[in-house]
Design a protein around this ligand. Structure first.
Ligand code: ATP
Ligand code: MG
Length: 413
């Protein structure tokens, strides 16, 4: 146990929860990510507490609690608009499936609770009121060295729970740490255990890696350790070029996913397998569709507006970010985006919704019933407006209607 230098204390609500537990005669420590992040001076996400109180002893101490994971010892205390997870000291009773412990048992020994945790920097407990830090595995030293190290033998710890290998790369990526060599070597030695991890959990970690400013470094580790090949098989050998692209890419998740999944033979299948949502898939595939476009064929302002209509305004930023990170020779694409800005194509009317006449207007002005013909007339109007945006005014378009309707081929009516 060490006395810690003055650290900024936790916010009022979590501090209050710890004090209530202390006053009732229990031990209570902030633990895990919040301690790590406070010591690093990073913003803290969740203020988690670990205690020797059993769930049934925690619940009566607070007005509002949620039995989040009673069987595993976790009670969520709701106080002052915050939720604080309070978990009883526990040990894990063996792992037979590489995913979750066969059971957990409560203990009265804080050290044993810290021992079950994954990395030294995540295995510290802090009591801000007393200024005490419990750090049995050298977490502070590893923070100072910016080193990610498993608690105990990495091979054993990764053999228990396959997710820890990917968490190792995620933490090192997000924190911009190195990975201690034995910890890193153990990733490759336990790939068979990693195969038990669900796609949902891989998704969560992958998104954090790709979202990090150091995503390129993370991807290099994923490749080198063999993990990437486990959950995204079929990437080309020169996958390291993806890491280079990630190093320069804007921080958009869509762009970064496009850079990674775009190297697969079937990006859509890869995204589905790794549980990306429908909306995420649509955005990423829209970016990848830009690969079919030849930017050098966009020669005029009208071409630029047609390009915007084709790819969709909502996808422009991501396409720009993707092409900028991807192409070694960016002149053609940056020329295209320069033209878009100069000619105002990003704000030009390019869809039916932006047209000054609605389908209803077309029907009433031409006395037409709802029909495919109406849709074709609207489409023809859009094409006119793409050619000359100044036509997009209700009266001007209305005046064009007879001519546009007459110009449809008979089979289009
Ligand atoms: P984050 O900032 O991502 O929330 P965190 O360290 O809080 O980081 P959590 O997943 O919220 O990570 O878990 C809280 C703590 O529980 C960790 O700090 C670690 O001590 C422990 N822990 C979580 N998952 C595991 C695991 N798979 N194996 C061992 N210990 C774990
Ligand atoms: Mg957390």
């Amino acid at each position: 146990m060490t006395v810690v230098r003055a650290l900024q204390p936790p916010p009022e609500a979590p501090l209050q929860v710890a004090r209530v537990l202390h006053t009732a005669g229990f031990e209570a420590w902030f633990v895990g990510g919040c301690v790590r992040d406070r010591l690093l001076g990073r913003e803290v996400g969740d203020w988690d507490l670990t205690t020797n109180a059993r769930p049934e002893q925690v619940i009566p101490l607070f007005a509002r609690t949620i039995p989040t994971g009673i069987a595993h010892g976790t009670v969520t205390v709701v106080l002052g608009g915050s939720s604080i997870e309070v978990t009883t000291y526990r040990v894990e009773l063996g792992y037979s499936d590489g995913r979750r412990p066969d059971g957990v048992a409560f203990t009265d020994d804080l050290r044993r609770d810290l021992e079950r945790r994954d990395f030294t920097i995540n295995a510290m407990a802090w009591d801000p009121d007393r200024g005490l830090l419990v750090d049995p595995f050298g977490g502070q030293a590893d923070l100072a060295d910016r080193c990610l190290r498993a608690v105990g033998r990495a091979f054993d710890r990764f053999s228990e729970d396959g997710l820890r290998t990917l968490r190792a790369i995620r933490f090192a990526t997000v924190l911009d740490f190195d990975i201690e060599p034995l910890t890193f070597a153990a990733i490759r030695e336990t790939l068979a255990v990693f195969r038990q991890v669900s796609a949902e959990r891989i998704h969560v970690e992958l998104v954090k890696i790709l979202g990090s400013p150091h995503a390129g470094r993370g991807l290099s580790w994923l490749i080198e350790s063999g993990l990437l090949d486990e959950f995204l098989p079929g990437l080309p050998l020169e996958a390291s070029s993806i890491a280079d692209a990630l190093r320069v890419a804007v921080p958009s998740l869509t762009v970064r996913c496009a850079l990674l999944f775009g190297e697969l033979h079937d990006p859509a299948a890869g995204l589905t397998r790794l549980k990306f949502s429908l909306a995420q898939r649509r955005d990423i595939l829209a970016v990848l569709a830009s690969r079919e476009i030849d930017p050098e064929a966009v020669l005029t302002d009208a071409d630029a507006r047609r390009f915007v209509a084709k790819v969709g305004k909502e996808n422009l930023d991501a396409i720009e970010g993707y092409q900028a990170a991807l192409s070694a020779d960016q002149t053609a694409w940056s020329g295209l985006f320069g033209r878009l800005s100069r000619c105002g194509a990003r704000d030009a009317p390019v869809t039916a919704r932006e047209l000054a006449l609605t389908g209803h207007d077309v029907m009433s002005r031409l006395a037409l019933p709802p029909s495919r013909e109406v849709g074709r007339i609207v489409q023809a109007l859009i094409e006119r407006v793409l050619e000359a945006p100044e036509l997009n005014d209700a009266e001007t378009l209305a005046a064009l209607l007879p001519e546009v309707a007459a110009s449809l081929r008979p089979d289009e009516r």
